[in-house]
Design a protein around this ligand. Sequence first.
Ligand SMILES: *[C@@H]1O[C@H](CO)[C@@H](O)[C@H](O)[C@H]1NC(C)=O
Ligand SMILES: *[C@@H]1O[C@H](CO)[C@@H](O)[C@H](O)[C@H]1NC(C)=O
Ligand SMILES: *[C@@H]1O[C@H](CO)[C@@H](O)[C@H](O)[C@H]1NC(C)=O
Ligand SMILES: *[C@@H]1O[C@H](CO)[C@@H](O)[C@H](O)[C@H]1NC(C)=O
Ligand SMILES: *[C@@H]1O[C@H](CO)[C@@H](O)[C@H](O)[C@H]1NC(C)=O
Ligand SMILES: *[C@@H]1O[C@H](CO)[C@@H](O)[C@H](O)[C@H]1NC(C)=O
Ligand SMILES: *[C@@H]1O[C@H](CO)[C@@H](O)[C@H](O)[C@H]1NC(C)=O
Ligand SMILES: *[C@@H]1O[C@H](CO)[C@@H](O)[C@H](O)[C@H]1NC(C)=O
Ligand SMILES: *[C@@H]1O[C@H](CO)[C@@H](O)[C@H](O)[C@H]1NC(C)=O
Ligand SMILES: *[C@@H]1O[C@H](CO)[C@@H](O)[C@H](O)[C@H]1NC(C)=O
Ligand SMILES: *[C@@H]1O[C@H](CO)[C@@H](O)[C@H](O)[C@H]1NC(C)=O
Length: 784
Amino acid sequence: MGFKIAFLVASAAVPCVVLAHRQPAPLNAINPLQNRQFTNWFPDPHPSPQKSYWLSEIPHQGTSPFLTNNTNYTVFRNVKDYGAKGDGSSDDTAAFTAAINAGGRCSGGTCGTGSTGQPALIYVPQGTYVVSSPIQLYIDTQVIGDAVNFPTIKASPAFAPSNGSVIAGFDPGQGSTTNFYIGLRNLNIDTTSVSINSTVSGLNWAVSQATNLIYVNFVLAPNSQHVGIQMDGGSGGGGSGTFLGDLTFTGGLIGIHLNNQQYAFKNITFTGVATGIAVQHLFVGTFQKMHFEDCGIAIDVGQADTAGSVSLIDSTADDCAVVLNGSSSFLLENVHVTNSGPLLYVNGTSRVLGNDLEDQTYVIGHLYFNSNGTLVQSMGQSLPYTERGALTDGDGLYLAKSQPQYIEYGADSVVSVKNVGARGDGQTDDTAAINAALKANAGCKITYFPHGVYLVTDTIYVPPGSRIVGEVWSTISASGKAFANERDPHVMFQVGKPGEVGVAEISDMLFTVADVLPGAILVEVNMAGSQKGDVSFHNSHYRVGGAADSRTETACQTTGSPCKAAFLLAHLTPSSQTYIENAWLWSADHDLDGSYNQVIGTGRGMFIESTRGTWLVGTASEHHILYAYQTYNAQNIFVNMQQVETPYFQPIPSAPTPWKPNATWHDPDFVGCGKNTTEPRCRMQWALRIVGEQTSTINIYGSGYWVFFNNYTTDCGNNNGNCQDSVVDLEKLPEDANVYLYNLNVRGVEEIVTIGGSDGLAAAERADNPGSWGGVLAAYLGFA
Ligand SMILES: *[C@@H]1O[C@H](CO)[C@@H](O)[C@H](O)[C@H]1NC(C)=O
Ligand SMILES: *[C@@H]1O[C@H](CO)[C@@H](O)[C@H](O)[C@H]1NC(C)=O
Ligand SMILES: *[C@@H]1O[C@H](CO)[C@@H](O)[C@H](O)[C@H]1NC(C)=O
Ligand SMILES: *[C@@H]1O[C@H](CO)[C@@H](O)[C@H](O)[C@H]1NC(C)=O
Ligand SMILES: *[C@@H]1O[C@H](CO)[C@@H](O)[C@H](O)[C@H]1NC(C)=O
Ligand SMILES: *[C@@H]1O[C@H](CO)[C@@H](O)[C@H](O)[C@H]1NC(C)=O
Ligand SMILES: *[C@@H]1O[C@H](CO)[C@@H](O)[C@H](O)[C@H]1NC(C)=O
Ligand SMILES: *[C@@H]1O[C@H](CO)[C@@H](O)[C@H](O)[C@H]1NC(C)=O
Ligand SMILES: *[C@@H]1O[C@H](CO)[C@@H](O)[C@H](O)[C@H]1NC(C)=O
Ligand SMILES: *[C@@H]1O[C@H](CO)[C@@H](O)[C@H](O)[C@H]1NC(C)=O
Ligand SMILES: *[C@@H]1O[C@H](CO)[C@@H](O)[C@H](O)[C@H]1NC(C)=O
């Protein structure tokens, strides 16, 4: 009752409807009893479970403003409006296809509209939908089931071809490495009616960054040849992925047939699957919170044609014959095994590790224990357990959080910004409308951004108590002179003011610039959670250039002269505490919508100064001038896989050109590269800089720092040649900083780790550490 009084007093000026609340609240739900500072959230006195997901009931107002020749384009499509029955017997294949294709959509975004012009949210209500052939998705498609009652997509006994996928998530109109912006969630995919001898799979997911696969249950026939996920992009390979998680697999031959450059995996359960994960090709895979029950092999890397490195952490296996099989670079940490065969099988021989690696760290591969460059080639050994600092949950596991869907709330708890004055038309200044909506909704409503491009000319301030949800990546785009001055950089999307504490959850959004804006900082987080994980980003990405919604697409075309399109993409300031899952910070190397030459020179990728906890689960940062990731005096950072690419044009011009390094921002200055400003391999983006005497507890599990080009040329000597001098820079670190770099993979570089900047000490050379896509370290512990 105290809540009610506080509500009436505190909220007199902002009337707020009581939210329907279902008990018990699922994990990560908005639980008013745990968030006492939000005095205007309180339980419904008559809790009533929601019958269906609010997403289907809110007004559907998404538009595609840069699709110029179809003003009637519909973003939201409920499959039942296209004839699907969901009755468990009718064949709904044609209805799904009609929903996906409507509005002149076609494979690869090649229908003259570009790949960002035809977004579609395919909504699947509760029901069982029988399909007889693969449901083909296209780029810019998000399939979302009823989150309250997951629908089932069931392959019919006649499903054909017998080796096909129930959902064909890979769009063959693009190569697998450019299959971006595709999503699938809240579904059961069921192949139990198909002959056990068929090699049917639930999903073909040969896709890349900015894709979203969560909350899918794969139900495969027991003792069958069925596969949950395959990654078959034809001759183009399996893709360049970032994150997938919150999945279950039951039955079948293989849960995930893995064929991809890299991936972060989180919270996946396999039950009665013969091989949980079969690796065909993988340079970097980090597996967090995996649970295997009743299996032959949990993870089989042994039959891979390419295997770089595998990290398995905070995981369990029960009743499995073998846990991990293979011979590549391995890191196992806190793996709890019961009633199973060997935990580790190396080259077909079991390793005696005891039963269990609970609270232990074990490694195989190339190790560095000090900063003087001495390599230890290890066939397997225990390491001191990683110092986890403030990064754990109550059970000592690294904190993990799943994307919130607010299923305990009804449609009346969701406010569309389009209903309160925002236009999202790519022309109108929506700053005031969005700021007013966020202020009114804080601690009170979920703020929904129907698909659109929301231009803002000043900072959007996200107060404590904010829940923000986009639709097929709704875009907030910086515009105008406030963001033009690199001497006075200005934030577009500010989560909290310095020192503020509370909840801010952001899902399914995209951050960009509408123009060349050298002073634009796209996102700044200052807020910390009242509990760890309260400030979080899920499936929210960053794009600079490459699309019709920004003038950068046409303005930045001059070879040799990248434009200063944005200052910095994401800044996690000292007071922040942020969980980020599935983010792609992309400075465009090519045009998604047209064929303009893209020569974009974003200054910086992600800059972290936080000390209170930062979790980066499946992030990628590509093609920035100065660095992809930089930390300065940061503490308590957990990384589950991070992926980086150097700009293809560098060193023409040589970094830092076109930017001027600014010491206030702790920028690298590249002066150590010498006076020769055309030195071709030194003046290029750092993938990772860890800087500062106060640094502590930076735990990176799996990274892929890829360099494909030097001056757009692939020939860097040979495929494993040196296009770039070095990618990782460690500066001014205390010896006992607790910096743990596990399974660090590189391509096309000479030095894997450098101490002290451009003219620093080579602490680990690629030539000494062959493997993966050129070089791999199982553990770099020079500052552990
Ligand atoms: C607009 O779209 C609706 C639904 O897809 C369709 O029924 C209608 O014919 C379209 N109108 C025009 C003018 O294209
Ligand atoms: C829009 O233009 C493209 C390219 O000219 C064309 O392929 C497509 O059919 C057009 N769509 C509509 C709805 O007119
Ligand atoms: C299915 O088998 C056919 C014939 O062997 C082959 O051409 C095709 O690539 C296979 N498709 C898949 C998805 O494996
Ligand atoms: C599957 O294949 C095996 C071996 O060829 C055969 O004995 C069995 O009858 C087949 N089962 C089905 C359901 O087709
Ligand atoms: C883990 O994934 C399962 C399956 O999707 C989901 O039900 C569960 O909520 C997730 N667990 C956590 C802690 O988020
Ligand atoms: C395990 O790995 C070895 C190679 O290290 C490979 O020969 C074997 O096929 C793999 N799988 C099984 C089930 O042993
Ligand atoms: C490197 O450091 C280790 C331990 O700190 C020491 O044992 C080793 O001799 C040193 N090697 C060189 C070449 O200085
Ligand atoms: C596995 O076998 C290969 C080939 O004989 C060998 O190079 C490698 O060192 C072995 N790996 C381990 C960890 O024993
Ligand atoms: C360096 O950054 C600070 C802080 O943003 C700014 O005030 C200053 O003007 C910048 N200096 C230059 C030369 O850009
Ligand atoms: C600068 O470096 C380039 C490439 O290594 C070399 O060709 C050139 O001679 C150097 N210039 C000077 C002045 O050293
Ligand atoms: C960069 O590549 C272009 C195109 O191949 C070439 O003309 C130019 O000479 C190269 N520049 C340098 C410095 O190598």
